[in-house]
Design a protein around this ligand. Structure first.
Ligand SMILES: Nc1ncnc2c1ncn2[C@@H]1O[C@H](COP(=O)(O)OP(=O)(O)OP(=O)(O)O)[C@@H](O)[C@H]1O
Ligand SMILES: [Mg+2]
Length: 232
């Protein structure tokens, strides 16, 4: 199995603040992996390090065969990793369709295009020419995922996509992620919602204080174990 993303003993900083303290994880082709952990343990910083927002101080990041010495904002996109950021970051003065087309800037060949994204999320087509911010929270999350898919990523990283969503929307999100992974796209799902983790991933890493302190398979029999890494 080909490794898509490998972070090995990564240390990362915001200014002098040492946030990631030896974090290691890997995601292989087509895998469905969760990264769980309480607030402030460094989950978003893991993503930010891949984009050069947090500074990589030591350790190794490999994306596919490439060794990434100095990650930059477009590094993940260049290597077919699409990121659905925490808080969604819909561009307010663009329409839904313009937001989607923006996602295809780093487009690679593959199954996803505007028609397929509209098939996945019909509501986005109905509202194609309205501003992205006119959508509800759940619809904005669909837009953020649709925009990521437009690039035909090999790996999609989602940072707490259920934040602020109603349970019924979370159900829809689970179905969506399962459809995406059934097309062969790998996911790294950053979440505290174990219901979504259980339904969409098969392996997990748990982070604490900037490093991985536990990992294993996601199965109905060990959800309690996962819960210990999230509950206070
Ligand atoms: N720009 C920044 N400058 C300095 N410290 C920061 C910055 N952003 C985050 N931090 C700190 O880094 C640590 C890790 O934050 P991070 O956002 O990675 O946590 P998280 O696991 O994503 O949490 P959450 O579940 O709340 O999103 C926290 O202590 C946070 O206060
Ligand atoms: Mg976060």
């Amino acid at each position: 199995m080909k490794t898509l993303l490998h972070m090995n003993d990564v240390h990362a900083y915001y200014g002098a603040a040492h946030i990631l303290q030896g974090l290691s994880l890997r995601v292989d082709e087509g895998e469905r992996v969760a990264l769980i952990g309480r607030n402030g343990v460094g989950k978003t910083t893991t993503v930010n390090t891949l984009m050069g927002i947090a500074r990589l101080g030591a350790g190794e990041i490999r994306i596919g065969d490439a060794l990434i010495r100095k990650p930059l904002a477009y590094t993940p996109a260049q290597h077919q990793i699409a990121i659905v950021p925490q808080g969604r970051r819909i561009i307010a003065n663009l329409t839904i369709e313009e937001n989607l087309v923006l996602g295809s800037a780093s487009r690679h060949p593959g199954p996803w295009n505007l028609a397929e994204v509209y098939r996945l999320f019909p509501i986005l087509q109905e509202r194609a020419h309205t501003p992205g911010t006119a959508l509800s929270g759940g619809q904005q999350q669909m837009l953020a995922i649709g925009r990521a898919l437009m690039a035909n990523p090999r790996l999609m990283i989602l940072d707490e996509p259920t934040e602020g969503l109603a349970p019924v929307i979370v159900d829809h999100l689970a179905d969506t992620l399962n459809r995406v992974t059934s097309q062969g796209t790998a996911i790294l799902l950053i979440e505290q919602n174990l219901g979504l983790v259980a339904r969409t991933t098969s392996r997990y890493y748990a982070a604490e204080k900037g490093r991985i302190t536990a990992s294993g398979t996601v199965a109905p029999t060990n959800l309690n174990e996962l819960h210990n890494h999230i509950a206070v």
